[in-house]
Design a protein around this ligand. Structure first.
Ligand code: ADE
Length: 247
């Protein structure tokens, strides 16, 4: 997979894409992530990227010319599955959309900034507008980093233990259960007996129960219309690696 990011603020990506799993995925050749500085496509001597909105009002708007030039230069090299704009006005990002994006070959993510982007960019270039939640960031860069992080970890091979992906919160429409590690008792707080029992069936039943309880208590909206998907399709039934690891 290749992800091209277009931004007026490249340094914002230095941390999130250079550590941990995303770093490993890049080094291992699972994903190529290229950051493009929009300013390189601004031709006036001040390298201007924004201008005031027609009709007046506060805030600045990203100009169309540098964005068109940058996107078209990329599209001349290869075809892209999506040209995504990060904006609070987009569809709200979730694990379903994340999975969908992870199946693509080439993505462009254009980071919105200032008050917004000239509408002609959206009309002519953008195929998908995505918001990471109902709050307003100073720019679309952090949203793009969130999207990249969540997509990259779904690329097959990036996370070695497939089980840990399958049991993610949301993967089956429910929150994941609580986890414990050694020691079995810490400051008077004990690990639940079921998890110490060594009995896979008991462990599995406990995890299912806790998963359902957490979802009911915290995110009942996830259960609406799900018909209890987890109980039918749990990857944990007959599972092994994680339970075995703990023995
Ligand atoms: N830019 C500003 N706020 C945003 C949000 N919530 N999601 C995506 N891009 C944004």
């Amino acid at each position: 997979m290749r992800i091209d990011v277009i931004t007026a603020f490249p340094p914002l990506f230095e941390g999130p894409l250079s550590e941990s799993i995303v770093k490993r995925a890049r080094e291992g050749g699972y994903v190529e992530i290229v950051i493009h500085d929009l300013r390189a496509y601004a031709h006036d001597k001040h390298r201007t990227l924004d201008d005031t909105p027609y009709g007046g009002g506060a805030g600045m708007i990203l100009k169309p010319e540098p964005i068109f030039e940058c996107v078209e230069a990329l599209q001349a090299e290869r075809s892209y599955d999506e040209v995504i704009l990060t904006t609070p006005a987009g569809e709200v990002y979730d694990q379903r959309l994340c999975k969908q994006l992870s199946l693509h070959e080439n993505l462009i993510i254009l980071c919105g900034h200032y008050k917004g982007v000239d509408q002609r960019v959206i009309d002519a270039l953008v195929t998908r507008e995505i918001s990471i939640g109902d709050y307003v960031l100073t720019g679309g860069e952090l949203a793009a980093a969130v999207i990249i992080d969540s997509v990259v970890r779904l690329i097959p091979g990036v996370i070695g233990d497939g089980e840990s992906l399958l049991s993610d919160s949301f993967m089956e429409g429910e929150l994941d259960c609580p986890y414990y590690t050694r020691p079995p008792e810490f400051r008077g707080m004990r690990v639940p007996d079921e998890l110490l029992s060594g009995d896979h069936k008991r462990v599995e039943a406990w995890r299912r129960r806790e998963s359902s309880r957490m979802t009911r208590e915290r995110r009942p909206d996830l259960l609406e219309g799900s018909g209890g998907a987890r109980a039918k399709t749990s990857p944990r039934s007959g599972d092994g690696p994680r339970a075995k690891d703990k023995e």
